[in-house]
Structure formats: structure tokens, C-alpha cells
Design a protein around this ligand. Structure first.
Ligand code: XIL
Length: 306
């Protein structure tokens, strides 16, 4: 496993002392994950195309590897993402009938969340949070309307309730999250997300947390504190779920960390990857570790901020 030759300072240990958790999406950098991060999110291995590319045939090889690694290293696990319009097999996108699509969503969630329900026992004794599942990713357009997808087009807004109820049935103790991008300032989409969560949760709390991905550009972190404060108005946990900052200066990172520290509803930050070597935005060097797995100035600045 790739490792740093520089002594590291225990990023998550410091963040945990402030009552929050530092995660990373799971990657090849297992040694750094082990020492610096308290929790892992599968980058791709739990998505629909990885777990049910053929209807009714479930494949868990990638996600089982991650879950086994996390359990043996005492890391909390986020299941990500059960339903999303992207990385979605074409057999799902082709469904036009509401009853069929409802049952397909329910079967998918029952199997994927069910595969790890109970196996994620390692999450529960750990200090902060139980296991977390991202149920639905990217339901909104930037103008606040619901995004067109097979789910919305066939089922209307009810697809969200269907998915969250199925997840609750499959794993009664996991925290269930809705997750979206461009929730980076107190903008129209943030307001629409808060309204959506309040609407869905009106009768019964189905959604336990809002994930703001925060795939940012240099300078783009200035709205983070306002975004988190506005999202907290929904009355549930808020997490930064996929942080990376293209061309980031160290202060871009500390601005985001400070925003989470100053918002009590903000429970965690997840770095979307560990090293620039295998970031999905590698050319923009957006992470805390460089492509030689050495900590960058942003890492040092975050550590001294904590
Ligand atoms: C990305 C992965 O990092 C890439 O490897 C993959 O090719 C595409 O998906 N929003 C999400 C994440 O919820 O799962 C996405 O991850 C980035 C956008």
C-alpha cells in the first residue's frame, strides 16, 4: 500500500477531539487511510452498476473488500450510493412502469443495504456515529427543481420516500443521507434541499442527514460556512461528503474545515480520495496528499488548524 515517508499527525484523531469525524473515499492508499482517516466511503464499488449490473444478480466483490478492510482496521463505513441517476445500468433506465420501478428500487436497496446490515457492527461501538448510507444522490437541479431521471420521470417525488423507506427497512440503525453537489453556498439549491428534506420528513424522519459533496475550485470555499448553516435549518445532521478542491491553496482547505468546526450540525468531512495520484480530478491536484503520497501544505494547515 502506498505510504508517506513523512511523519503524519493523525488528522482524524485531531478532528475526533473536536467531536467530528474525518473520512476518505476508499482508494489504494491504505496505509495513509489507516493512520489519517476514521472512516471510508466506497468510491465506486457500491454503486448500482457495480452491485447489480444485471437485474437480480448481485455482486459484492469490491464492496466486500472495502467492508472487510474497514472492519479489520476499525473504520466506520458509509454505504454509497444506493440510488443515483449516474453509473446506473441501462436496464434500470429503460423501465417505464411505476410498479416495476418501485419494486426494482426496493429489491436493489434490500439487497445492497441488507448485505451489510449487521455486518457493519464495527460501526456501532465506535465513538461518533453508526453506519451511514447514502440513499439518494443528486436529486436536484441548480434552480431547485427536481432533476429529470428515470426515477423522477416515472415516479415523481415519491421515488425519494420509496428509497428511504426501503433503506430503513433493510438497516434500521444506519443513518440515511441524501447527497448532492453545488450545495457550496447559501444558494437556491441549498434552499430547495432544505425544503425537500422538511417535506419528506414532515410525518416521519426518513432522512437523517444531508451530504454536501463540495467538489470545489480554488477560492470556492468562501461560501461553505453559509451553506452548512443554511442546510442545518433542515434540523438533521449535515456532512461534507466528497471534498476535493481543484488547485487548492492551504487556506481553501482550512476555510472548509473551519466551516464544519463552527457548525454544530456538521458531523464529518470526507476527502474524496487520499492522493492526487488517484483522484477522479487528478489533473487539478485537489487532495491533501500529492501524487507521491506526501502530505501537502493543505494537510499541514488543516492539522495546525485543529
Ligand atoms: C465519482 C468517482 O470518483 C469516479 O471514479 C467515477 O468515475 C464517477 O464518480 N458524485 C458522487 C460520487 O456521488 O460518487 C462521484 O464519484 C462524484 C460525484
Amino acid at each position: 500500500a502506498a505510504t508517506s515517508s513523512t511523519a503524519l499527525s493523525g488528522l482524524n484523531t485531531k478532528f475526533t477531539a473536536k467531536g467530528k469525524l474525518f473520512w476518505a473515499s476508499f482508494s489504494a492508499n491504505e496505509a495513509i487511510l489507516e493512520s489519517e482517516f476514521g472512516a471510508v466511503t466506497p468510491e465506486n464499488s457500491m454503486k448500482w452498476d457495480a452491485t447489480e449490473s444485471t437485474q437480480g444478480t448481485f455482486t459484492f466483490s469490491g464492496s466486500d473488500y472495502l467492508v472487510d478492510w474497514a472492519i479489520s482496521n476499525s473504520k466506520i463505513i458509509r454505504g454509497h450510493t444506493l440510488v443515483w441517476h449516474s453509473q446506473l445500468p441501462s436496464w434500470v433506465s429503460a423501465i417505464t412502469d411505476a410498479a416495476t420501478l418501485t419494486s426494482v428500487i426496493q429489491t436493489h436497496i434490500a439487497n445492497v443495504a441488507g448485505q451489510y446490515s449487521g455486518k457493519l457492527y464495527v460501526c456501532r461501538p465506535l465513538p461518533l456515529r453508526p453506519c451511514i448510507l447514502t440513499i439518494y444522490s443528486e436529486v436536484l437541479n441548480d434552480n431547485g427543481t427536481l432533476r429529470s431521471s428515470v426515477f423522477y420521470d416515472v415516479l415523481g417525488e415519491s421515488f425519494i420516500t420509496i428509497a428511504f423507506k426501503a433503506a430503513r427497512a433493510a438497516d434500521s440503525t444506519a443513518k440515511l443521507y441524501i447527497n448532492d453537489y453545488n450545495l457550496d453556498s447559501n444558494n437556491t439549491k441549498v434552499q430547495a434541499m432544505v425544503a425537500l428534506v422538511k417535506r419528506i420528513n414532515a410525518d416521519e424522519q426518513l432522512i437523517d442527514g444531508i451530504g454536501t459533496q463540495m467538489h470545489l475550485s480554488a477560492g470556492g470555499s468562501s461560501g461553505a460556512a453559509a451553506a452548512l448553516a443554511a442546510l442545518a435549518e433542515a434540523g438533521i445532521d449535515v456532512a461534507i461528503t466528497e471534498l476535493d478542491i481543484a488547485g487548492a491553496s492551504a487556506s481553501d482547505y482550512t476555510t472548509v474545515v473551519d466551516a464544519c468546526l463552527s457548525t454544530s450540525a456538521c458531523v464529518s468531512i470526507t476527502s474524496w480520495g487520499v492522493s492526487d495520484a488517484n483522484s477522479w480530478r487528478a489533473s487539478s491536484t485537489p487532495l491533501l496528499f500529492d501524487s507521491d503520497y506526501e502530505p501537502k501544505a493543505a494537510y499541514t494547515a488543516v492539522i495546525s488548524d485543529l
